[in-house]
Write a protein that binds this ligand. Structure first.
Ligand code: HAM
Length: 455
């Protein structure tokens, strides 16, 4: 007779044919499971429960600061017609050339996942006739953005931005207020010593063309020392040559003509006033003549909050004035505007780095434990009633053993535990245990919600 296949471990355990088959199928299922374990898409990330209190706290600070300053919240769609971005951001910018997530809908329209929110907010300002409201219109947002960027520390393909846009009034005091607002938020979340403010003026339609011409003259003949991107930028977007991080480009940029020598009298005066308001607001700043920003819609004031801990590689936020954008997007020409946006994930990473601990609000007041089917039935409405009465309540209605439930109660570090067994159900009573003092009392079931809410 042919022996049945078995597995023998040492001398003690002999497995039957069925057990071997089961054993193999479990191993195979585990292997398949490991192979099929799905991940977030590259550059995308989850915000996990242990991190949420940072995000919640930051959002509260942001909401408080913006509302306190009279801003109104706006939400725009995640998907916009691609032209909302291609027209104002600049065809030659990295965002438009390399970083947009674009798709064609079933009608053949090109749509893009929002890579930034200034253009959509301006689109909404024009579309909803906000020009007829008292000016300036002051709006704030907290929204996810999408950029097909090269992922690295602090750089994601989906990330949140908080930001403001002030549309319809031109005054350098507004620019200074916007910078002050950003600083206030960063200070509130413990980053007072972690950032630096860099400012610059990139002039206007009048003075910028002259400067760009000078810049091109300076770079002609030096193309061989430029990186591939900058070679292209020299023709298409020469200002961006100034802030290239590539070593050779950076050395050349240090010796390039300075915009300050070309800026027109009006822009100079605007910048002078802007800086004097920053002084009044006691905001320390550095003048950075090479700060040009990566989006084409700016004029005059530009600024950035550099992250001191990681060098200037990752900016915490940035913004500036964009007086031509409303006109460029089909609205009233010469509608002035200024705003900023900051990266939420980068701020949270910095909060952690400096050891800032936001208050942890996810505390639970009461844990409801039950034993037996009748007690379980009574517990469901009891938990709901406690929650309605404002008591933060957790009940382990899925757990059966009292030991497991008490272990869970310990994990939540609750002060009170309500315990309902079959005996208590019959007696119309319930046990209220003070977990910290390790004492308990038996009380009437009927008034227990009011009793707990009182304590
Ligand atoms: P931005 O400099 O492109 O400006 O982005 C603002 C901030 O968003 C950055 O300083 C950074 O903190 C964050 N950020 C950008 N890209 C990423 C990324 N891939 N991963 C994580 N965080 C990122 C704007 O978007 C303008 N719309 C700002 C503005 C508002 N200008 C006027 N009003």
């Amino acid at each position: 007779m042919v022996p049945e296949p078995t597995l023998q471990f040492g001398r003690k355990i002999v497995l039957s044919k069925e057990a071997v088959a089961l054993f193999i199928s479990v191993i195979m299922a585990d292997k398949r499971h490991k192979e099929e374990k799905l991940q977030t898409a590259k550059g995308m990330h989850d915000i996990l429960p242990q991190d949420y209190h940072y995000f919640t706290f930051l959002k509260k600070v942001v909401r408080h600061r913006f509302r306190q300053s009279g801003f109104k919240r706006i939400s725009t769609p995640i998907l916009e017609y691609s032209e909302v971005f291609t027209r104002p951001l600049g065809e030659q910018t990295d965002i438009v050339q390399k970083e947009m997530y674009s798709l064609e809908d079933k009608s053949g329209n090109s749509l893009t996942l929002r890579p930034e929110n200034t253009a959509p907010v301006v689109r909404a300002y024009i579309q909803h006739g906000m020009a007829s409201l008292p000016q300036p219109v002051e709006l704030w947002y907290w929204e996810p953005m999408f950029r097909y960027d090269r992922p690295q520390k602090g750089r994601y393909r989906q990330f949140y931005q908080l930001g403001v846009e002030i549309i319809g009034e031109s005054d350098p005091a507004l620019d200074a207020q916007v910078v002050h607002l950003g600083c206030s938020i960063f200070n509130d979340i413990g980053l007072r010593n972690s950032y630096s403010v860099q400012v610059n003026s990139i002039g206007c339609k009048e003075c910028r063309p002259d400067y760009i011409q000078q810049l091109q003259h300076y770079y002609y003949g030096k193309q061989h020392s430029l990186c591939a991107d900058c070679k292209q930028r020299l023709e298409e977007n020469p200002l961006r040559l100034l802030d290239c991080k590539h070593e050779d480009c950076s050395i050349l940029a240090q010796m390039a003509p300075n915009f300050a020598d070309f800026i027109c009298a009006d822009c100079k005066e605007f910048q002078r006033n802007f800086l004097s308001y920053l002084d009044e607001l006691q905001i320390p700043y550095q003048q950075n003549n090479r700060l040009v920003r990566g989006l084409d819609y700016y004029n005059r004031t530009v600024f950035e909050w550099g992250d001191k801990s990681s060098g200037a590689q990752n900016s915490l936020g940035g913004g500036g004035r964009y007086d031509y954008l409303v006109g460029m997007m089909g609205g009233q020409p010469n509608t002035p505007a200024v705003g900023f946006a900051a990266g939420v994930e980068r701020l949270v990473a910095n909060m952690k780095e400096v050891g800032f601990e936001p208050p942890f609000k996810d505390v639970v007041d009461v844990f409801v434990a039950q034993l037996g089917p009748e007690a379980k039935k009574k517990c469901l409405p009891l938990i709901a009633a406690l929650r309605d009465a404002g008591v933060r309540t957790v009940g382990a209605v899925g757990k059966s053993s009292m030991k497991a439930q008490m272990r869970l109660a310990d994990r939540f570090s609750v002060q009170y535990c309500l315990i309902l067994g079959e005996r208590e159900v019959l007696d119309k009573k319930i046990i209220l245990r003070n977990m910290r003092k390790a004492v308990q009392e038996t009380l009437p079931f009927a008034g227990i919600v009011a009793e707990v809410a009182k304590r």
